[in-house]
Write a protein that binds this ligand. Structure first.
Ligand SMILES: [Zn+2]
Length: 417
């Protein structure tokens, strides 16, 4: 690391100011942010962000799915830039930090380099990815998924929100359907700063999470078919109760995931009784299962154990259970050289740190499938996110932005005059 490392720090007050200034776009009375992707508040923050990046000397362009790229030139323009950034959309009851921190810290990095008169060898480029959250349009992280080729641009443009508005219409309505084809903006590597969205860093009193992996995801749709009958006249021994069956499946998911200690999680988050009635034994139930691990072998075990448990429960309950796997996303293993660069930056800056797995999905997990990527985590209060109570300290946000800056400097290189 260069000598710059020990001296150069981002402007903490300026970063904190931009986080709070932009939080007014969609700000809620409880201190959170409601900024659904491609809505009017998203347009406001995008306009603000574009103006701020241009004022910082960047060239801003927008791709066909509305993702924004702000390029700061380097000495060697023959190579793609080092990317940094995150997202500016939020959940309906979101906070001020999820995604926002990583995007605005990237802007702060550029401003700091400008103030210090530092030219990098490679260019650097801030990204604001469209619809990371997935609450208005599915899937989550759709723009980065299209960027890496998991979906076509036309497929994503045709996705509809609950009111029937397509992504394409929403982009046009706020003027952010860009003229750059998705995937055109290449990167040499990508670094994303984000709040942890979990309790580990805070519990251990660590400032920086060096994210080396992300959990893989297994999603299932389940359907239980028992038999509806009279709640008063059907003896307990003769029932084929779909809800009692589901109860056993819920406990099985909990038991299977817990069997791997902290290395797996399992959740049944949706269950719908087809025709609920107080005095009818439930006969039809639809449910979902979400299981995750950062270890591919454990994911395999989760899959097999769930399938076996469901078959056994169905047999002894004498009901039919259909279980369909609808999504299998393998675990992410972030690029070793970039993870080391994040760790070196945290170490050189004197911040306490530990390696950590991301429990949530991020655009960088998608990007890592086609380019070297890594992430920096900072603690958030009580591990809470996707909630208006989401909070992080100015000191931790500053530390994260400093680690982001020095990681980017190490990767892009400082041009010698
Ligand atoms: Zn996020």
């Amino acid at each position: 690391m260069t000598q710059i490392a020990t001296n150069l720090q981002i402007d903490s007050a300026r970063l904190w100011g931009t986080i709070h200034e932009t939080a007014k776009f969609g700000g809620t009375p409880k201190g959170g942010v409601k900024r659904l992707t491609l809505g009017p508040e998203d347009k406001q923050v995008r306009d603000w962000f574009r103006a701020a990046c241009e004022a910082a000397g960047c060239e801003v362009h927008v791709d066909a799915l509305g993702s924004m790229f702000a390029l700061r030139k380097g000495r060697d323009m023959s190579k793609p830039p080092i990317g940094l950034g995150s997202h500016l959309d939020t959940q309906p009851t979101g906070g001020k930090f999820d995604g926002v921190l990583g995007t605005l810290a990237a802007l702060e990095v550029v401003r700091t380099l400008n103030d210090a008169g530092i030219e990098t060898e490679l260019p650097i480029c801030i990204a604001n990815w469209t619809n990371e959250e997935g609450s208005r349009f599915a899937p989550a992280m759709m723009a980065s998924a299209a960027y890496v080729g998991d979906f076509t641009t036309d497929d994503i443009l045709s996705r509809k929100d609950s009111a029937g508005v397509t992504v394409g219409e929403a982009l046009d309505s706020i003027g952010y359907r860009g003229d750059v084809a998705v995937g055109t903006q290449k990167f040499t590597g990508f670094v994303e700063l984000h709040i942890e969205q979990g309790p580990i860093l805070e519990a251990e009193g660590k400032t920086i999470g060096v994210v080396d992996s992300g959990q893989g995801v297994l999603w299932y749709d389940g359907q239980i078919t028992g038999f509806e009958s009279h709640a008063g006249s059907t003896p307990m021994t003769l029932r084929r109760d779909a809800l009692a069956t589901l109860s056993e499946i819920v406990l099985a998911v909990e038991r299977i995931a817990s069997g791997f200690g902290p290395k797996a999680v399992g959740t049944i988050g949706e269950a719908v009784i087809a025709s609920p009635s107080r005095n009818v034994i439930p006969g039809e139930i639809a449910f979902t299962v979400d299981m995750r691990s950062a270890d591919a072998e454990i994911m395999d075990h989760l899959d097999k154990a769930l399938t076996a448990a469901v078959a056994e429960i169905a047999a002894h309950r004498k009901v039919e259970v259909k279980l369909e796997k609808v999504w299998h996303k393998p675990p992410t293993h972030f690029d070793k050289a970039l993870v080391d660069a994040v760790e070196n930056a945290a170490q050189a800056l004197g911040y306490s740190h530990r390696r950590i797995t991301s429990g949530a999905g991020h655009d960088s997990c998608n990007l890592n499938t086609i380019m070297p990527a890594a992430m920096v985590f900072v603690p958030c209060k009580d591990g809470i996110s996707h909630n208006e109570l989401e909070d992080a300290t100015q000191a931790d946000c500053t530390a994260g932005a400093n680690v982001l800056m020095h990681t980017v400097l190490a990767l892009a290189g400082v041009a010698t005059k």
